[in-house]
Design a protein around this ligand. Structure first.
Ligand code: ZN
Length: 415
């Protein structure tokens, strides 16, 4: 197979015009991650803390907030909280452990030892597909606010293209969750490069048609590389407010209108948008889900996020409602968590999303479960549980992608 040597020097000139350059890149040196417990009945205090924080890392979580705070605001946040502890002493130092972007001949396992630029991720997918033209093709799912195409790869087996139920996998929904780009790429890399040598993989490729989209929020992802490493949302603007971005995982047009699982404040990390499905990225993803549903149906949908080490299934919008196949959803998640633990000892918590983590409305898995009619829908929250959070060191990429793949293989076998 011909490997392209890729380089960040190939950063697409075509995109230069749409990447905002006006703002300086945020320097997180000396910023801390504080875990704060809120006093009782404190919506006001929560809002004040969010105002003082540079970012909320776990928006929506009720038990405690993990917030990134600048040195000058640490005392003010600590004073407002009922209790607080330092989770990370220096976010800037933690980000340095992510290492430099590197270029590799791909597809090669060494790709999974470093983080990469968006341009290089696009080339990775192209080059991987070029090595397996008989059983894969590049696919798209609409485009972003700034006009970037949402890219992915479709992989099939001996039954031929489009002959089996779909497995649909979305990564990098939230821009700062870099480990999810690497992990979803690893799934595609495994399926294609191991097909001819590994009977287990071959059986899985022959069983389903795979649609793997490693970066469904390309504008946000680019912004994390140019301006703010901890950006979460897309880059959609409003005429009425200077805050930027909709939360793509609160904008899906199913139960979007239910209160409590998203924010109506454009400045919030979980801003739901002005109307259901009004983010361009969501329009493309919804069309993709609907098309796969109407073709061979969706057997398994995975929305890959970080962090927290959870495997969650519907519903997000209602904490007591359960899908008809809740028991089977639990059994596949149990087996995935065991497979992950067997590889590395990493422990996952599993359960229905709302009751296990927090309420979410307009989220992907509620959409794929009901309007998308997917048999099984899950959200993965990958490593870790907060020490590094979104900026896992480069030396944790390979352990994370390998353990997660073991979990996903066990799900695919049972699905
Ligand atoms: Zn996320």
């Amino acid at each position: 197979m011909k490997g392209l040597v890729i380089s960040s020097l190939l950063l697409p000139l075509a995109l230069a015009g749409v990447v905002p350059r006006a703002e300086e890149k945020v320097d997180y040196s000396g910023f801390k991650v504080l875990r704060v417990a809120l006093p009782e009945s404190t919506e006001d205090i929560e809002a004040q803390i969010e105002e003082l924080a540079a970012h909320v890392l776990n928006p929506g979580k009720s038990a405690h907030l993990d917030v990134v705070v600048s040195p000058e605001n640490i005392d003010a946040v600590t004073a407002l909280a009922a209790e607080s502890s330092v989770v990370n002493e220096d976010v800037g130092a933690a980000l340095a452990e992510e290492g430099e972007f590197k270029a590799y001949a791909v597809p090669s396992e060494s790709w999974f030892t470093a983080y990469h630029s968006y341009a290089d991720h696009t080339l990775f997918l192209r080059d991987l597909q070029a090595g397996f033209t008989g059983q894969s093709e590049l696919v798209t799912a609409g485009s972003s606010v700034q006009g970037r195409v949402i890219n992915g790869i479709h992989i099939w087996g001996s039954g031929g293209k489009g002959s089996k139920p779909a497995v649909l996998i979305h990564g990098t929904v939230h821009a700062r969750e870099w480990i999810t780009t690497m992990t979803t790429e690893y799934f595609a890399w495994q399926l294609l490069t191991k097909y001819s040598s590994d009977a287990t993989i071959r059986a899985l490729v022959d069983k389903f048609d795979y649609y793997i989209m490693p970066v469904v929020n390309p504008d946000g992802f680019v912004y994390t590389q140019t301006n703010d490493r901890l950006w979460r949302k897309n880059r959609q603007t409003l005429s009425s407010n200077s805050c930027v971005g909709r939360d793509i995982n609160r904008n899906w047009p199913y139960k979007w209108e239910v209160p409590g699982g998203a924010s109506t404040n454009p400045c919030s990390e979980t801003y739901k948008g002005q109307a259901a499905g009004d983010a361009p990225e969501n329009r493309g993803l919804v069309a993709q889900v609907n098309a796969l549903r109407d073709a061979r149906g969706i057997r398994l949908y995975l929305d890959v996020h970080s962090y927290g080490q959870y495997i969650l299934w519907p519903y997000g919008y209602d904490c007591s409602l359960r899908p008809d196949n809740d028991a089977k959803l639990r059994s596949l998640a149990t087996s995935a968590a065991s497979a992950i633990r067997a590889v590395s000892g990493t422990g996952y918590t599993i359960g229905p999303a709302c009751s296990t983590l927090y309420a979410t409305t307009g989220d992907s898995t509620d959409y794929t479960d009901v309007p998308g009619n997917a048999t099984y829908s899950y959200t993965y929250e990958l490593r870790d549980t907060g020490t590094y959070g979104f900026s896992l060191p480069a030396n944790q990429i390979q352990p994370t992608v390998r353990e997660t793949w073991a979990g996903v293989v066990s799900m695919l076998q049972g699905a």
